[in-house]
Design a protein around this ligand. Structure first.
Ligand SMILES: Cc1cc2nc3c(=O)[nH]c(=O)nc-3n(C[C@H](O)[C@H](O)[C@H](O)COP(=O)(O)O)c2cc1C
Length: 410
């Protein structure tokens, strides 16, 4: 029988939350916060723009739970020292439109650049490798009491997000950040209750979930962004992924967003993904298929979706409940409306490169170029899909340089 579900079909996420359609703006780090990590007029402008663009749910760029450990200069930080009124104004800008807004919470662990933290923390003292390693110092292993403290920091940020008017939170457990580091047997070589078996490696994530649930109550949506795999020899793999999904489903997670990769293996934006998979769109859909029948938890797949037809097909077959889009929203705030109105619509995304692979990796060209587009939208300017990758590199190096000079190493 034909399954009538398509992008426009509302989705009952939980007993109290209904999303008006299936399109979600996945987290896009805005790097627009002030020097204290507070959001401002830029966030309000940007999110108003997206709120009018038709998506059912906007997930914020990663907000840091610890102001001493941020993934990038100008990340938002949400803790007891934050200016909550600024967060309330941000949330109100979106909730007035009826669009859902969830705060993505993150701790970068060893993926904290050396010009932000001289000695970052991680489950184990294992340095980052690969093309980006020059930007990151070797971490030290977290002590037990520090682990407990970070769990509390996640819970505090979630409580404050709810208080400020965000309608849900997402725990960032993907892309090689601290929670992902704990999950990975390659990055987590601890011998205590936080390392070793998968049960121990997932303990940090599970404890964060419980601590957040305790703070926000049963009805407040808590999502997790999880890697299908790290795509690294000895890293978090498909088998681990299936087990962690089952655990999360059992403890009551409201939504699992499936992604992949980390700074050492950047599959989240299509690197290391087979050309045939990129052509079929949705890099991680096959992983959703693998867990679909095992768990009842709502699923969202992010990475590579470009055409309304591929999105509708994935929904109709029942492989995923929600479609996550990142870069399409960075070049066209109205992309959801276009996809909802036209089943033949396809987003055009440029393959970005300077022609020098090392430089592309070093400057995270696939992130920084898009961050420049977000900065334009935040100033109520139109995006520049033809912007030269070189120009975005110059701007990025300038801004990191200024930040390095103005911030003392911790
Ligand atoms: C500029 C930029 C910033 C991003 N920031 C985040 C982030 O803060 N948190 C996160 O989970 N993913 C982040 N991502 C990854 C996206 O959420 C998404 O997983 C990825 O872009 C793949 O989806 P797409 O092919 O639709 O772009 C970012 C991606 C880009 C391009």
């Amino acid at each position: 029988m034909h399954n009538p579900i398509n992008l426009s079909t509302p989705f009952q996420l939980s007993s109290s939350v209904v999303l008006p359609n299936r399109i979600v703006k996945s987290a896009l780090s805005e790097v627009l916060a002030d020097k204290d990590g507070n959001p401002n007029k830029s966030h309000i402008n940007l999110y108003k723009c997206w709120a009018e663009g038709g998506a059912a749910l906007l997930i914020t760029g990663n907000m840091m739970v610890d102001r001493n450990n941020t993934a990038e200069p100008h990340n938002v930080v949400l803790d007891e020292k934050s200016n909550l009124a600024a967060f309330e104004a941000w949330a109100a800008a979106v909730s007035n439109s009826g669009t859902h807004l969830w705060a993505q919470l993150n701790h970068p662990g060893k993926q904290t650049p050396y010009y932000i933290v001289w000695e970052p923390v991680a489950p184990s003292a294992i340095a980052l490798t690969g093309g980006l390693k020059a930007g990151f110092n070797k971490p030290r292993a977290l002590k037990q009491d520090e682990i407990i403290n970070i769990i509390r920091q996640f819970a505090t940020s979630a409580r404050l997000a709810k208080q400020a008017g965000f309608s849900g939170v997402q725990i960032h457990a993907a892309h090689g950040y601290l929670i992902n580091q704990f999950l990975s047997p390659l990055h987590n070589q601890r011998q205590d209750q936080w390392g070793g078996s998968l049960e121990n490696r997932q303990r940090f994530l599970v404890e964060i979930y419980h601590a957040i649930r305790h703070e926000v109550g049963a009805d407040f949506p808590i999502a997790v962004k999880l890697n299908s795999a790290d795509f690294q020899r000895g890293g978090f793999n498909e088998e681990d992924f299936i087990s962690v999904v089952e655990t999360l489903a059992n403890i009551g997670i409201d939504l699992i967003e499936i992604s992949g990769g980390n700074y050492e293996s950047q599959s989240m934006s299509g690197a290391n993904v087979q050309t045939s998979t990129i052509e079929r769109e949705a890099y991680f859909l096959e992983y959703a298929r693998k867990i679909r029948d095992r768990v009842k938890v709502p699923l969202m797949v992010t990475g590579g979706f470009r055409s309304a037809s591929a999105m509708n097909q994935a929904l109709q077959i029942g492989e995923t409940d929600l479609i996550g889009l990142g870069r399409p929203f960075a070049i066209d705030p109205n992309v959801a409306n276009k996809l909802l109105c036209n089943s033949n619509y396809k987003v055009g995304i440029r393959q970005l490169s300077t022609g020098i692979k090392y430089l592309d990796q070093l400057t995270l060209i696939n992130i920084t170029w898009y961050e420049h587009q977000l900065a334009r939208m935040a100033k109520n300017q139109t995006t520049q899909p033809n912007l030269s990758p070189w120009l975005s590199i110059v701007k990025t190096v300038q801004s990191a340089g200024i930040y390095r000079l103005s911030k003392r190493r911790i």
